[in-house]
Design a protein around this ligand. Sequence first.
Ligand SMILES: NC(=O)c1ccc[n+]([C@@H]2O[C@H](COP(=O)([O-])OP(=O)(O)OC[C@H]3O[C@@H](n4cnc5c(N)ncnc54)[C@H](OP(=O)(O)O)[C@@H]3O)[C@@H](O)[C@H]2O)c1
Length: 240
Amino acid sequence: MDTIIFGNGRLGRAIADAFRDRGIEPRLLGRPTAGGHPPAALTGADLVVDATRAEAVRPSVEVALAAGVRRFVIATTGWDADREHIERALERHGAAAVAAPNLSLGAAVFLRLVEQAGNLFERVDGFEPYVLEWHRREKRDRPSGTARELVRRLRTIAVDDVAVIRAGSSPGMHLVGFDAPGETIELRLTARDRSAYAAGAIAAADWLTAEPRAAGLHPFDVIVDDLLSRSPQLPLAATA
Ligand SMILES: NC(=O)c1ccc[n+]([C@@H]2O[C@H](COP(=O)([O-])OP(=O)(O)OC[C@H]3O[C@@H](n4cnc5c(N)ncnc54)[C@H](OP(=O)(O)O)[C@@H]3O)[C@@H](O)[C@H]2O)c1
């Protein structure tokens, strides 16, 4: 499978390693010098994984579409303002993309646990939810895409309420608590490295190549549902 990874930073390199572990040598492309990636350099690719920066996603997807690429995994976060435009472009070209602010399978299950916890605590008097996230100092978007998704699923708090730490080299920690006068319940997701994100990117690539998928953007939950449905020991149902 001819695979291109846009972005040769921490995540792009981790995803490249995961592809190599499966015997696929991807083309790992860093920031282009000027005027974007030349379409000729992308022709023939079966799949593009984007692990760049928010502002690069739209031009990168557009040039890859023009070069004939029809499968995308968009790992980059913070490009919500371009979401509608990108979705329309994918649909026009009959292309499918999996896009997720957090590609870790553990995080996907964590999001479902948080959603269920939120539903339960909403029905118990006196509990107030909170969200805290900690990432390495250089991470640009704040709060993180995962924190935004946690807020969306909790429903009762706003993005502005998220406590954000930018310090050191943490690849990602998210803490969700439910606090009442006499007790606190906490759910915590801690990434130790980027391997879980890379494994999710591979799972998304497998899902895209297994059979033709509908044009447009697909959430990572679809892949999680697919994996869980094939694991009878894990009778978890989607709640999104
Ligand atoms: N979905 C997930 O599970 C997940 C997990 C972790 C991170 N992320 C997100 O993934 C993105 C990358 O994270 P990271 O930790 O790898 O960041 P990073 O280390 O800063 O790497 C990003 C790289 O992309 C390069 N780049 C910028 N524009 C480009 C373009 N048009 N084409 C190719 N490369 C380009 C950057 O070059 P310059 O330095 O020259 O700008 C940089 O080397 C971020 O948005 C992050 O939030 C998502």
